[in-house]
Structures are given as structure tokens and as C-alpha cells.
Write a protein of this length. Structure first.
Length: 243
């Protein structure tokens, strides 16, 4: 598989506080790659740096293009899409209006019939179709996460980046979110998944990276990481070793 994202020597942080201390990783087209690790390791910082929300140093290649110096909007137009941890929906707008706004990239690039992607989102998330006229701010936590993912998919991104999609959700909703991630992978969507729920993330991913204090501590095929004693002890719990 050809490489979609190649990151080398990524440094980023907040003010004088450097969080990422030279990150190296890559993602191939059609893959789901997960970055797991404890709070404060730099997982969200990684996504924000890739999206251009935070200034960064290092070599960033996306689909053969150097991202150095490109703005947030330029990266959106290149095909990067981020679903942030806080979802950041337009709460006073209806569900369907949020989805239409998500199609900004496709609309600006004059993609024919881009609005038809709404029906695909409704197929993935039938609950959103039921609530299409409801204000986004009145949705449940799980529905808000579904809308945030659906809005990102409206742009037909080359790379979908998900920041803690299971955070604060009930177990039943978490299973639904990861079922959708698995389906998107089957459809060929490339996904970079940041998660604290290491077990669920490794089950759905092709490749994984363990991030600790701003650097990659472990990496490998997700199935191998799930069986690694260090990962089991630190992130999966001792019971995981008895599978």
C-alpha cells in the first residue's frame, strides 16, 4: 500500500512547553492507524499539529505534498479532516445544517452532487436521520459524536482523524462508534485514531503506536501490540493476558 501520511521529527507544544519531542510515524492509504497512550502523552497535540491548529517543526508529507507552511484551511482542502475531542458542533443549528457545512470542501471544489453524501451519512447513522431537524445542541453525547463524524465525512476526506471518539460515552454507544470505524475502513477510508480505550482501538486498527511523554515508545501491527506484555500490563489490564 502506498503511504498517505509520513511524519518525521515532529515537534509541537504550547508556548514554551514542548509536548512532542521528535515524533516519527506513517499511515498507508486505506489503513486504520491508532495512537494510544496515557493522558498528557501528546496524542491530541499530534492531531492538532497535523491539522495546522498548532505550530510545529518537522517533516510532514501528506499524499505526496509537503505540509510545511500550509494553513488549516489549505489542509482541509487537501483532504485532512479532524473530529476534535470536544466535537465543536454548531449547537444552535439543525443536524442537517451541520452536515451541509461539513461539505464545504466538496462544495468549493465543485464536486457534482456533493449533497448526496448526506444520505450516506444517514445510512451510517440512522439516528441522525431521525433527528435531522433537531438542534445539534439538544443531542445526547453519543448522537453528538455521530454528528461530528458524519460532518467530517461530508468532505470526503482522504484522511479522517478522530480524537478520543469514545470519550464519555456509554459502552453500548462506544461499540456503535467502533463498528462504524470498522465499516469505514472496509469502505477504504484512511483513519488516524487517537484513543485511551486501547483495547477497542487495537481491535479495529491495522497498525498501532504507543505514545509516552511525547515520543513513540512502541509500535507494530495492532494485533501484535494487543499481545505485547508491556501493553497488556500498562493499557489493557492483567486480565487481557488471559484471553
Amino acid at each position: 500500500m502506498s503511504t498517505l501520511l509520513h511524519v518525521q521529527g515532529l515537534h509541537a507544544g504550547y508556548g514554551r512547553a514542548e509536548v512532542l519531542t521528535g515524533l516519527d510515524f506513517q499511515l498507508a492509504k486505506g489503513q486504520v492507524v491508532t495512537i494510544i497512550g496515557p493522558n498528557g502523552a501528546g496524542k491530541s497535540t499530534t492531531l492538532n499539529a497535523l491539522m495546522g491548529v498548532l505550530p510545529s517543526r518537522g517533516a510532514l508529507q501528506f499524499d505526496g505534498t509537503d505540509l510545511a507552511g500550509s494553513t488549516l484551511e489549505e489542509r482541509v482542502m487537501m483532504g485532512l479532516a479532524l473530529v476534535p475531542e470536544k466535537r465543536e458542533l454548531f449547537g444552535t443549528m439543525a443536524v442537517e445544517d451541520n452536515l451541509v457545512l461539513g461539505g464545504y470542501r466538496a462544495m468549493k471544489q465543485r464536486v457534482p452532487q456533493w449533497r448526496s453524501r448526506i444520505e450516506h451519512v444517514y445510512e451510517l447513522f440512522p439516528r441522525l436521520k431521525e433527528r435531522r431537524a433537531q438542534l445539534a445542541g439538544t443531542l445526547s453525547g453519543g448522537e453528538r459524536q455521530m454528528l461530528a463524524v458524519g460532518r467530517a465525512l461530508m468532505s470526503a476526506p482522504k484522511l479522517l482523524m478522530l480524537d478520543e471518539p469514545s470519550l464519555g460515552l456509554a459502552p453500548l454507544v462506544v461499540r456503535e462508534i467502533f463498528r462504524i470505524i470498522d465499516r469505514l475502513r472496509a469502505e477504504g477510508v484512511s483513519i488516524l485514531l487517537v484513543e485511551q480505550n486501547a483495547r477497542a482501538a487495537l481491535e479495529v486498527a491495522d497498525h498501532g503506536y504507543v505514545l509516552e511523554t511525547g515520543a513513540i515508545a512502541l509500535q507494530g501491527p495492532a494485533s501484535e501490540l494487543a499481545d505485547d506484555p508491556r501493553v497488556i500490563e500498562t493499557y489493557l489490564g492483567a486480565a487481557a493476558g488471559k484471553r
